[in-house]
Design a protein around this ligand. Sequence first.
Ligand SMILES: [Mn+2]
Length: 287
Amino acid sequence: MIQPMNDPTPAAYRSIWISDLHLGVKSSRPDCLLDFFRHHQCDYLYLVGDMIDGWRLKKNWYWDQYHNDVIQKILRQARKGTQVAYIPGNHDQFARDHIGLRLGEIEIHRSCIHVTADGRRLLILHGDEFDSIVTHAKWLAMLGSGAYEASILLNRGVNAIREKLGMPYWSISNYLKQKVKNAMQFIDHYEHAVAEEARQRKVDGVVCGHIHRADIKTIEGIDYFNTGDWVESCTALVEHFDGKMELIEWVIPKSARMNPPIPREVPSASAWREEGDTQGTPLESVT
Ligand SMILES: [Mn+2]
């Protein structure tokens, strides 16, 4: 049984951004996020996408009491006056059918603008839009590269010889090195594509998620913030009352973790849909 705990006095922030909780996936950490919300409160809460992993509805769907509790906690914050905006991502894109509507007290946007206490305008989006740009750019870059052609030919030759000799060979270290290099290149290209979008929309910065890599940095004069995720890293982006931005990594020591969750019945996607269909005031959305 889950023990009720007395809520501590939470630290107050002007804004909090979280993303990539992936509820429905077993590795999701709603218990961590629940604990984070017990210790942190804010005036503006942004849910920056992939909160629910609809892609898992058909197989390997996982749902326990923490999943319910964390949703309840967010809804309760909204009722108590926190302004909550939900920007669906690619894993919860079913909610993108409800852009401009309200889910209870929660506004649903495709993307939106947040103005910080010190007057900076930040574009808030999930960020999966930039996957194709990155992939396309990578493909173009690779196609024009003689080294790429050569490596493919060489690889073919090596494979053919290996096959004839009946010698299995697998250079795992080369494989991994390449994997890491590609991942780093992808992240770099992705971040630049997102920052470029912010520049074109004439804002000062951008807050996104999607790549599960929390970061605060400046990319060619644009403030880039990535909220990270609640699957591995458990990170939130916060804005202090003076507009200062900070990343918080929320780790619960194993010994302090709550008791194992109780498995619950799977909620259907249609139930979620119906809830989103409730009438609400259409809000201005940046698209
Ligand atoms: Mn995503």
